[in-house]
Ligand binder design. Structure first.
Ligand code: GTP
Length: 328
């Protein structure tokens, strides 16, 4: 089985963190987010994965190389100008080695979907495309998908004001090679706004699998923090992690001062320092971050090398790499 990972977006909602690091390379529980997905694809039987990159493309190649360390063959399809989700998939198709169906994963979904089950469904219905669907409380922010009783997709409406259902596109697909090769090459194409509605309009076989396993789009600051904490506390599954559920994850050479309390799935990055008496709840401290004595943090991201002064009280904020926050 082959897979394509869409990792070329700018991640604007996670600025300033994404000014220095592309969203899929941001750490989740101490390792780049995309590692969780690569291992998931490998566990489901993928031997070859194409990373569809654009924004800060070189950082992926520098970190993962040919994929050997992960037991995968990795290739890189680089877009000089971002081609959108559909254009990226079409561009990545040039790098595929086989002719079988291809699993496409959005680079910002942390999930426990059984990829094998999605492929099985695709094959059983001899589908052109099969979508993973799930229910969400705020469907208007997603692609809303209407299906028939057998799971056939009848309509796909991206970010619509009056969603007819709470069932949405969860960002993982299987494409047959023919459907993939039909996406126009060399221009910007949106899967969500162009490809899916066109396939449905043309009466093609667009199938779906409804699955309510753990799922989180980590694209907003609150969700990014939550994804980290859920991995540490064991709520989110990941075959890329080896420790058991915990209240916090303290990485190599980090120092935690006397009487400091870390809770809710807080991550303390490599060589980071937390001062005595600090309380850090559901927060993510990147490598080399510093939190001063007695500081109180909740829902905070402290970027690489960023500094929170002693006694500072911070809630639900992100400090970019190298930033500083003093006590008020
Ligand atoms: P925001 O700017 O915060 O919306 O984030 P984003 O740029 O990641 O966009 P979005 O969350 O809509 O993208 C969904 C997935 O598709 C992410 O994994 C992106 O990396 C990826 N993606 C979006 N646009 C492109 C593109 O033009 N090329 C490639 N290769 N991937 C893309």
């Amino acid at each position: 089985m082959e897979a394509v990972l869409l990792v070329g977006g700018q991640g604007t909602r996670l600025r300033p963190l994404t000014e220095t690091t592309p969203k899929p390379m941001l750490p989740l529980a101490g390792i780049p987010f995309v590692t969780h997905q690569l291992v998931r694809a490998r566990e489901a039987g993928a031997g070859h994965v194409v990373l569809a990159t654009s924004y800060k493309a070189q950082m992926f190649r520098d970190h993962f190389g040919d994929g050997e360390r992960l037991g995968l063959a990795l290739t890189y399809a680089v877009e000089d100008e971002p081609l959108g989700t559909g254009g990226a998939v079409r561009n990545a198709a040039n790098h595929l080695r086989g002719a079988g169906p291809v699993v496409i994963l959005n680079g910002d979904v942390l999930g426990g979907l059984d990829l094998g089950a999605l492929l099985d469904r695709h094959r059983r219905y001899d589908a052109d495309v099969t979508l993973h669907l799930r229910r969400v409380p705020d469907p208007a922010a997603y692609g809303v998908v209407t299906t028939g009783p057998d799971g056939a997709v009848r309509a796909f409406e991206e970010k619509t004001e009056r969603p007819p259902t709470d069932q949405v596109n969860a960002g993982t697909y299987v494409f047959s090679r023919a459907a993939l090769d039909e996406i126009p090459a060399g221009r910007v194409v949106s899967l969500e706004r162009e490809t899916f509605p066109a396939l449905i309009g043309a009466g093609r076989r667009v199938q779906s699998l409804h699955d309510e396993a753990y799922w989180l789009d980590i694209g907003t600051p609150a969700a990014y923090v939550r994804g980290n904490c859920d991995l540490v506390t064991g709520l989110a599954p990941s075959a890329a992690l080896h420790g058991g559920p915990a209240e916090c994850l303290v990485l190599d050479q980090a120092e935690v001062g006397e009487g400091a309390a870390l809770s809710g799935g807080t991550v303390v990055g490599r060589r980071a320092r937390v001062g005595p008496g600090a309380r850090v709840h559901r927060s993510v401290l990147f490598d080399d971050a510093r939190v001063g004595a007695g500081a109180r943090l909740s829902g905070v991201v402290v970027g690489r090398g960023a500094v929170v002064g002693p006694g500072a009280v911070l809630t639900d904020v992100m400090l970019g790499d190298g930033a500083g926050a003093a006590a008020r």
